[in-house]
Design a protein around this ligand. Sequence first.
Ligand code: CIR
Length: 276
Amino acid sequence: MTSAREWPEAARSTPPSPRPTALVRPVSSSLVRCQLTHLSRAPIDLDLAREQHGRYVEVLAGLGCVIERLPAAPGLPDAVFVEDAAVVFDEVAVEARPGAASRRGETAAVAAALARWRPLARIEAPGTLDGGDVLRVGRRVFVGRSRRTDRSGFDQLRALLAPFGYRVEEVAVTGCLHLKSAATEVAEGTLLVARRWLDAAPFAGLELIDVDPAEPFAANVLRVGEPVVLPEAFPLTRRRLEARGIAVRTVPASELAKAEGGVTCCSILVAGGVVR
Ligand code: CIR
């Protein structure tokens, strides 16, 4: 594992943009063979998936993101879900080691892109960690212990972040794919949660908004700033957010949802700003 002191200056060569960069990757033609854990396979309309992904990217661009597109990876069914391949902090980017072996080929291209903006570290075998299990809230980092992220992955991430003073906490997740399937930040210090899938005790001190009980998958919301991005399939939770003064932009996401993906999964946001 790379230690903080070994990170090369060369890794910091590309000047950061003042706007966030959203790293995205095209929908693969093999998406229909994606990993599935908690959902049954349902027919995916590939053209519609691509159209919806395009709409998602347009919305991110409209919210001020600089879009950076990684090359297509036709042989990697889940490549569109870039979030799982790496986790980005202000100080370091961490190449993940996905829990599903079929997804491990996704990380190299993502890590190479991120190495232009951040020193790069990685989760080493045999540990596993999916980016979808990592939720940063200010200086607190919550890591889901799911079917994809194991004890070693958690311990390695905690050790990598130790020099930077983050408080890294474990959250037990059951019944859904990742921690961020069940909890995401919708405003500073405020989480939208689906409590049926997690133990919310580690979130003490944060404000929690519950999804509408009829819409557990609504907990995966992408906070680009204001407004937050939510799939259009969740009007009841949208109303709850708006009642709390949180503006919402909706996107169509039915096809990627059949692949067990949500709105955070399809991008990695890299904040502009200098490596500390
Ligand atoms: C998988 O099972 O790995 C993909 N079919 C879906 C990944 C979604 N990613 C995410 O929630 N962060």
